[in-house]
Design a protein. Structure first.
Ligand code: HEC
Length: 122
């Protein structure tokens, strides 16, 4: 019921939409406050990787990530699954939620620029 009520209204409120999508698609791994989970899941709150790889984030969300990466000095080597079902708008809202939550203060993505980045996904 709540979701039905949310439907259209949420898309007019990008931050709330991003929060809702984050809780549904990301929080089970990255946790509610973006703190990550031990040695398995890297944090998003205050993450240097997030700050340094903004251009790659749209593709990372859509295609997932299977790599060995260093986030805030710790090594992570688990796999992040792809999110092929999320639309360009939904990815924009999720990233803008993450970029402006939990102390993060990164610039917002604009939909058109994000679409250009998605065209270049490997
Ligand atoms: C099944 C668990 C899982 C889910 C669900 C998941 N991730 Fe990840 N995420 C990971 C793992 C594991 C890595 C590290 C991957 C690697 O080492 O190659 C990662 C890495 C990342 C990174 C880069 C590293 C960092 O900390 O900055 C970002 C950004 C990210 N995820 C965002 C998201 C977003 C946004 C969602 C929701 C759309 C999401 N993830 C859903 C497990 C997950």
């Amino acid at each position: 019921m709540l979701l039905v009520l949310c439907g259209m209204a949420c898309d007019r409120q990008p931050y709330q939409s991003g929060e809702r999508l984050y809780k549904a698609h990301c929080a089970n791994c990255h946790m509610d406050k973006g703190e990550g989970l031990g040695a398995l899941i890297p944090p998003l709150a205050g993450a240097d990787y997030l700050a340094k790889h903004q251009d790659q984030l749209p593709c990372l969300i859509r295609k997932g990530l299977k790599d060995t990466i260093v986030v805030n000095g710790k090594i992570y080597a688990e796999q992040m699954p792809p999110n092929e079902a999320l639309t360009d708008v939904q990815i924009t809202n999720i990233l803008n939620y993450i970029n402006s939550s939990w102390g993060n203060q990164h610039p917002a993505f604009q939909l058109e620029a994000l679409r250009e980045m998605l065209k270049k996904c490997q």
